[in-house]
Design a protein around this ligand. Structure first.
Ligand SMILES: C[S@@+](CC[C@H](N)C(=O)[O-])C[C@H]1O[C@@H](n2cnc3c(N)ncnc32)[C@H](O)[C@@H]1O
Length: 226
């Protein structure tokens, strides 16, 4: 990541701006679910893990966290199960969890790559309750754009791609899910499951913004429709 020490927004490059609002956004949808059952993909610093464990403690719930690295010693909490595995090692994970007990919340914050996000979303979605929610971390690219305070071509591109992939998933599942995005910090997608149907494949979104007709409008301006 290129450091931009002169950027007028450089004071925003801190945890309170980039992380706390993201976690608060999730919290407001789930804080009062009694006996909450949560699946978390990606632990690392354990910030989201801690937030989920606090809710589990208050609501007599349980959290399962999966990470490819071993974070089993991060918390000593009877409401927590840590599984040391890649989150797409599906047969192994199925052998470790009670798949009859569905989740209220699934949080995806592991490998930030659109095809991986899609793969784990489509696998774990069948274990989500109706009205349950999937939150997907890091869909906001604005902090990473050129010359911004976290300038990173890689993160800008990957977050844009993840955002677009989630839109395509929604476009293919308009009657199966609700979708909203939060752009707080580095962002979250928030998917609500409406019925028991499996997710259908993503549906490409045809963008006419750069189409020939729009190109011509650049030369022959029309008044906007009233
Ligand atoms: C962004 S960090 C998670 C941050 C954490 N949620 C928090 O709030 O502090 C991403 C984590 O995902 C893990 N990870 C990356 N690829 C993975 C995979 N395929 N399966 C499971 N974990 C993975 C990394 O080891 C890392 O700990």
């Amino acid at each position: 990541m290129k450091k931009n020490n002169n950027h007028p927004l450089k004071h925003l490059n801190h945890l309170d701006f980039l992380y706390t609002p993201k976690l608060n956004y999730i919290k407001k949808f789930i804080f009062n679910i009694e006996g909450i059952n949560i699946l978390e993909l990606g632990v690392m610093h354990g910030r989201s893990t801690k937030m989920f464990l606090d809710i589990c403690k208050k609501n007599k719930g349980h959290l399962i966290s999966i990470d490819i690295d071993n974070y089993s010693n991060l918390y000593n909490d009877s409401n927590w199960t840590f599984i040391h595995s890649s989150d797409d090692n599906f047969d192994f994970i199925k052998s470790k969890i009670d798949i009859k007990k569905k989740f209220d919340v699934i949080y995806i914050d592991s490998l930030h790559e659109p095809n991986h996000v899609k793969k784990v979303l489509y696998f774990y979605y069948k274990y989500l309750k109706i009205n349950g929610r999937v939150f997907i971390d890091d869909i906001n690219w604005l902090p990473y754009i050129k010359n911004s305070f976290k300038d990173s071509e890689y993160s800008e591109t990957i977050n844009r791609k993840t955002f677009n992939k989630i839109l395509e998933i929604y476009n293919g599942n308009l009657e199966n899910i609700e979708l909203e995005f939060s752009f707080s910090g580095t962002g979250n997608a928030n998917i609500k499951k409406l019925n028991e149907s499996n997710l259908k494949e993503p549906l490409k979104i045809i963008n006419r913004l750069f189409g020939f007709r729009n190109f011509l409008r650049f030369f022959f301006r029309r008044n906007p429709k009233k």
